[in-house]
Design a protein around this ligand. Structure first.
Ligand code: APR
Length: 169
């Protein structure tokens, strides 16, 4: 039985086995969650990105690296569709969550924290970014026991909390 919990906070401080990073196809860091994870995780994370993803990562796919100095053991990097650049294929956004859960289970991770993939720089409309996260996570059979959906802003936390509470109704 997998539990899903809405969390308001910074994903880099979550005490879970794996945190998911909203990366880009180059896999060499960036802003937003990507910047926060690389800053907090330290240079080991980038070194592992370079070693394990010499040619980057495809949109909708996921792959893991060390978490360096983060409380988590692994970072699972995934690349969401860039809505702002015209990438509107929602199945790729769903795939980010599904592939991340597959990678997490393959590592033996029992707890995973997700940010709202594509909901920042990539400009995916917030309500549907939340809906896609919930849809993908709740429809993917997984050995992962505990999933956190971490919202950074109060507004996003309100959206995520309402969506998670609606599941119980
Ligand atoms: N913890 C949790 N959530 C965060 C944090 C954080 N420290 N920082 C930002 N967020 C939230 C944003 O508010 C947004 O809701 O994560 C969500 C995803 O935003 P981005 O990090 O901008 O990711 P995305 O929209 O997928 O764009 C990815 O942005 O940072 C670059 O290198 C990254 O090119 C890639 C692109």
């Amino acid at each position: 039985m997998t539990t899903l919990t809405a969390v308001h906070g910074d994903i880099t401080t979550q005490h879970v086995d794996a945190v998911v990073n909203a990366a880009n196809t180059a896999m060499r860091g960036g802003g937003g969650v990507d910047g926060a994870i690389h800053r907090a995780g330290g240079s080991e994370v980038l070194a592992d990105c370079i070693a394990r993803f010499p040619h980057g990562l495809a949109t909708g796919d996921a792959g893991w690296t060390t978490a360096g100095n983060l409380p988590a053991r692994w970072v699972i990097h995934t690349v969401g569709p860039n809505h702002a650049a015209g990438e509107r294929d929602r199945s790729l956004l769903l795939s980010c969550y599904r592939r991340s859960l597959e990678v997490a289970a393959g590592l033996g991770a029992r707890s995973v924290a997700f940010p709202l993939i594509s909901a920042g720089v990539y400009g995916w409309p917030a309500d549907d970014a939340v809906a896609a996260a919930i849809e993908a996570i709740t429809s993917t059979p997984t050995a992962v026991e505990r999933v956190l959906l971490v919202a950074y802003s109060a507004a996003d936390h309100h959206r995520v909390s309402a969506a998670v509470e609606a599941l119980a109704e």
